[in-house]
Design a protein around this ligand. Structure first.
Ligand SMILES: [Zn+2]
Length: 485
């Protein structure tokens, strides 16, 4: 996600580090081994009058360990229930059209499995559905679930909700919780950052919308069929981290081919559509040159009412329609970089949010530099230095460290994760040279494509590619003990 505020002003200096031998890559897998990805087949129907979604999800899942008798699923719509917070207090007015909170949630109508279900329960603030089964599962055993829900949408310009004639439909279906080191990860939903660890899966979605509704989708629309007063969009991806849609009767679309891929820009009004499509294409081309192939067959950007400047989904970016062209460009550069740093290379955005945000900030800054706008690059780095240095002087090292999970970054989230991350990566680029550093990032993207890369994996991968043990360098930045000059 991209913040809306600019950074503050002050002074900062950087340092370099003596090298030693390269580090071996971690031998262990970063995620639990599965013989084939989880498959989600989702059928959903939007009731635009009631602002509800009827959702049926078939999940075909491979058990990651022996002797599991319970399986856990995230129910992200329940983050919007009364008593929960999906945005920080300073964003309430921007997020809720009425200026005060509106609520939603998920009602589970049935939860079935081909192994009999003996009990269902909600936990973790209603965010996690647990299905207990009549017997232990074996590692690698394929199990099918069918879960039906009625999702009530909150009136909010957010990941999931509706506002001003737009429907934001992500995370509306049950998601199997990632399984790591013998347990299902059940992260709480935070009102800032992206509290997710999304694993690669296969998705198909049949979405019924009122006729005449445009559908901006995170993957290819393989079929579109009219049935009476509804249109059914069939969306499919055999390798993604999610399926998401923005739907509205207000949107127009402009399409452009990019090699064998299709780019879409959905917009409500304005004369900048060709310029925006060129920004999208230029961003993809630059990032592909630097970091390797774009991972999906389509890429869609939607300009819509939104509470922040933008948000990334796999294959889909939402930007606020109220931004100036220059700010839309900056937001598209950041969110498009997430297609590599979040989409292609997954990471645990709850445990280590600085990785994808730092890399997205750095990649966008590097784009300007490569496009001959060195001054913009310098300004972005200087703003980050200022924000970081001000915070360091006020809060000390503990106040700038960013190797922390989301809930521990509530104070100074952007100055630590975004500014700190940008400075860390721009320092590496200046130290090793842009070309060599980008080649190392490309190695990282290739090594962890489709996987979830931990902090240790990133450090090891860059150390190997740059032929230097960067552990101490990262440790200094992550814990806020970078020596100032
Ligand atoms: Zn971001």
């Amino acid at each position: 996600m991209k913040r809306s505020a600019c950074l503050a002003v002050a002074l900062f200096a950087l340092f370099s580090l003596a090298g030693c031998g390269s580090l071996p890559l971690p031998k262990e897998r970063e995620t639990a081994p599965v013989p084939s990805p989880t498959q989600y087949h989702i059928t959903a129907e939007l009731d635009a009058a009631e602002h509800t979604l009827s959702v049926l999800t078939d999940i075909d899942w491979s058990c990651p360990a022996d002797d599991l008798s319970a399986v856990k699923f995230y129910l992200y719509p329940n983050a919007y229930k009364e008593g929960h917070e999906v945005v920080t207090k300073d964003k309430v007015e921007a997020a809720y059209p009425g200026g005060s909170p509106s609520y939603g949630g998920s009602e589970i109508l049935s939860a079935l499995c081909d192994v009999p279900v003996t009990d269902t329960s909600l936990g973790e603030d209603d965010m996690v559905l647990t299905l207990r089964l009549s017997r232990d599962l074996k590692k690698g055993e394929r199990v099918r679930f069918r879960i039906t829900q009625k999702v009530t949408l909150a009136c909010i310009k957010h990941r999931l909700g509706y506002a001003e004639g737009y429907y934001y439909l992500s995370g509306f279906y049950p998601v199997v919780c990632p399984f790591s080191e013998g347990v299902f990860l059940t992260y709480p939903y935070t009102p800032f950052g992206d509290p997710f660890r999304l694993e690669t899966a296969e998705f198909s979605l049949d979405l019924s919308l009122p006729i005449g509704t445009a559908c901006a989708a995170s993957a290819e629309i393989v079929r579109r069929e009219t049935q009476g007063s509804t249109e059914i969009y069939s969306i499919a991806s055999n390798s993604s981290r999610e399926v998401a849609v923005v739907a509205s009767k207000k949107m127009f679309v402009e399409k452009r081919s990019y090699g064998d891929k299709s780019l879409f820009y959905y917009y409500e009004s304005g004369s900048n559509k060709e310029r925006i499509l060129s920004v999208i294409e230029d961003a993809l081309r630059y990032y592909e040159e630097c970091f390797g192939a774009y991972p999906y067959s389509t890429y869609t950007v939607v300009s819509a009412p939104f509470f922040e400047s933008g948000v990334e989904h796999a294959g889909l970016t939402v930007i606020s329609k109220d931004l100036s062209f220059a700010y839309k460009k900056k937001t598209i550069l950041h969110e498009t970089a997430h297609q590599w740093w979040f989409g292609k290379v997954g990471n645990d955005e709850f445990a280590s949010p600085w990785i994808d945000e730092g890399l997205a900030e750095y990649s966008a800054a590097a784009y300007y530099k490569a496009a001959g706008q060195e001054a913009v690059y310098r300004e972005l780095v200087r703003e980050a230095e200022d924000a970081y240095a001000v915070r360091l002087s006020v809060k000390g090292s503990e106040g700038v460290r960013f190797d922390l999970p989301l809930p521990e970054l509530a104070d100074g989230y952007y100055d630590r994760v975004y500014a700190g991350g940008l400075l860390l990566f721009s320092t590496l680029a200046e130290r090793f040279g842009t070309k060599r550093f980008h080649a190392a990032l490309r190695d990282f993207a290739e090594r962890y494509a489709g996987k979830v890369a931990t902090q240790g994996a990133l450090i090891s991968s860059l150390s190997q590619s740059l032929e230097e043990d960067l552990s101490a360098f990262f440790q200094g930045w992550l814990t806020g003990v970078v020596p100032l000059q």
